[in-house]
Each structure stands twice: as structure tokens, then as C-alpha cells.
Design a protein around this ligand. Structure first.
Ligand SMILES: [Zn+2]
Length: 112
């Protein structure tokens, strides 16, 4: 019941960039009981899809492996092919460039 509530809550954010969506993946497992009888059971794992803020590639992670606080677009998400530390440094440089821009700049404010 609790997880259903969280799902619908996060689905409100589906149209916002970077944190794109989440989906459920079912995996089948076979377990042998003591009597030798095979027993199949399903497990449902929730995956979250993100777009890498560095290379724009879409990637997914199991939600269990994520810090719930990071499931928002207040955070940058960097895929496993990109180095998040390098990305953070680059972001720092971009910010500095914005700050150093002169007041006479013709760049519209919404392009910042
Ligand atoms: Zn990437």
C-alpha cells in the first residue's frame, strides 16, 4: 500500500527532464522445496530511468539502489560511463563563466 502511494507520487514528475520515468521489471525465480518440488515465484523490481546530464544517454537503475532524495531533478544524474566528479568540475566551470559575464552581455536571461 505504501509503495503504491509512492509510485503515483513520483509519476507526477514523469514529464520533467532528467528523471524520466520508472518501470517495473518482473523476474522469475525457481526454488526447490525440501520435497524436491519446484516452485516458481516472481519478484518485482522498480527501475528508474534517468537521462545522463553529461552525455544525454538514458540509463536505468533499480530504485532500491538509489537514495530516495536523489529521485528528483534537483540533482544531476550521471551515467556509469561518465565520471561524475569530472562532470561536477565542468559544471563548476560553467557557473563561473556565467558569473563572469559582463552586464553588457546580450545573452537573454532565460538562456543562462
Ligand atoms: Zn553519461
Amino acid at each position: 500500500m505504501l509503495s503504491i502511494f509512492i509510485d503515483s507520487f513520483y509519476n507526477l514528475n514523469v514529464n520533467i527532464v532528467m528523471f524520466i520515468k520508472e518501470f517495473k521489471k518482473q523476474t522469475r525465480h525457481v526454488r526447490k522445496s525440501k520435497t524436491g518440488k519446484e516452485h516458481t515465484y516472481k519478484r518485482e523490481v522498480t527501475h528508474c530511468v534517468f537521462r545522463c546530464d553529461n552525455c544525454d544517454v538514458e540509463f536505468d537503475r533499480t530504485r532500491g539502489s538509489m537514495d530516495p532524495k536523489r529521485l528528483s531533478n534537483n540533482y544531476f544524474h550521471v551515467c556509469k560511463n561518465c565520471d561524475s566528479k569530472v562532470f561536477a568540475q565542468k559544471k563548476g566551470v560553467e557557473k563561473k563563466q556565467v558569473w563572469n559575464m559582463s552586464a553588457s552581455s546580450t545573452t537573454p536571461i532565460n538562456k543562462l
